[in-house]
Design a binder for this molecule. Structure first.
Ligand code: 5AD
Ligand code: FES
Length: 343
């Protein structure tokens, strides 16, 4: 199918799953796809790249996602928690380096209850930054408390919209509850980020098309797409992995279908390709989320193996990524980087 026709269908709101799967199956027009996504990125969100300072504050997790190195049955990992004062130190130094958004991410760690979490949120909000949470599935009331305390955004990837695959990948979890969470976050007026993994065992191209349509259906404000990378200490250690191009295609299609949203060039992409984030920034992405914690924690937040920058410190990552962004003629945003919705 021709891309121009595809884009017309999007404008007319008549895009069908078949059209998306056609593009995902056909690798002969990839360059055209990436260029189109890059053009739409430029027209809709401009040349600015938003940097979000990521604080991975706890790798303790009660869940057992089959693909994730932080899953609770994994005993080959040294667990850590960063407490409030230290989180604040990282946040402050990130702000000093020019970050306008802080992202607090962790496993599903119950130590951080509503009281502890709201205290941290309030302190960070005093620094005049936008604050994103990425701490998993919570109740409506918990999300509501965090919003009241000042959180602006929330990241919770749907991971996959394929009901069967979701069940297999997430023991004791349900796709319905995941959707309920995203729905609650929308109702509470968070900027909502979701996304999927690309290349999970038994994941079909058709289900990736469903994932993209789901992003559109819920009108997500941010979409993070990453290739699945097998982790040696998980049940999926022997799974096949060569998902870079496919994840880039899913990302580019997402830009075409939701042209005004924020899309990160994910760390997982750079793990599979040494130039992965720059390639992503040239194929529809407009956000990068460098880690702003010290290396003693980075190595331990091993969601997947060979994660980049685990030997670097925050100042080095900051200058490295800024230089890379400038080298492709893009600028660093000094705004909070909220979605500016096209009407
Ligand atoms: N490979 C790539 N991404 C992974 N994630 C978890 N495990 C892996 C893996 N093995 C992603 C999930 C999660 C995000 C924080 O990290 O999509 O939402
Ligand atoms: Fe960490 Fe380049 S972003 S060293």
């Amino acid at each position: 199918m021709h891309l121009k026709y595809f884009i017309r269908l999007i404008k007319e709101n008549t895009i069908l799953k078949q059209e998306i799967t056609d593009i995902l199956y056909d690798d002969s027009k990839n360059e055209e796809l990436f260029k189109k996504a890059d053009k739409l990125r430029k027209e809709n969100v401009g040349d600015e790249v938003h940097l979000r300072g990521l604080i991975e504050f706890s790798n303790i997790c009660k869940q057992q996602c089959k693909y994730c190195g932080l899953r609770s049955p994994n005993k080959n990992i040294q667990r850590y928690r960063i407490l409030k004062d230290e989180i604040l130190e990282y946040a402050k130094s990130a702000v000093d380096m020019g970050f306008k958004t802080i992202v607090l991410q962790s496993g599903e760690d119950e130590y951080y209850d509503v009281d502890r979490m709201t205290e941290i949120i309030k302190e960070i909000k005093k620094l005049d930054v936008a604050l994103t949470l990425s701490i998993g599935e919570k109740t409506y009331d918990e999300y509501s408390e965090y919003k009241k305390a000042g959180a602006d955004r929330y990241l919770l990837r749907i991971e996959t919209t394929d009901e069967n695959l979701y069940k297999k990948m997430h023991p004791n979890m349900s796709l319905d509850n995941r959707k309920r969470c995203l729905d609650d976050l929308k109702k509470l007026n968070y900027e909502v980020g979701t996304g999927c993994l690309v290349g999970l065992p038994e994941q079909s191209i058709e289900s990736l098309a469903d994932d993209i349509l789901f992003f559109k259906e819920i009108d997500a404000d941010m979409i993070g797409i990453g290739p699945f990378i097998p982790h040696p200490d998980t049940p999926l250690k022997d799974a096949f992995s060569d998902n870079f191009v496919l994840s880039l295609k899913v990302m580019a299609l997402t830009r075409i279908i939701l042209p005004d949203i924020n899309i990160p060039a994910t760390t997982a992409m750079e793990t599979l390709n040494p130039n992965g984030r720059i390639i992503a920034l040239n194929s529809g992405a407009n956000v990068v989320m460098p880690n702003v914690t010290s290396k003693e924690y980075r190595k331990k937040y091993e969601i997947y193996p060979n994660k980049i920058c685990t030997n670097e410190d925050p100042t080095r990552c900051n200058s490295c990524i800024r230089n890379k962004i400038k080298s492709i003629g893009r600028t660093i945003s000094d705004s909070y980087g909220f979605r500016k919705k096209n009407i």
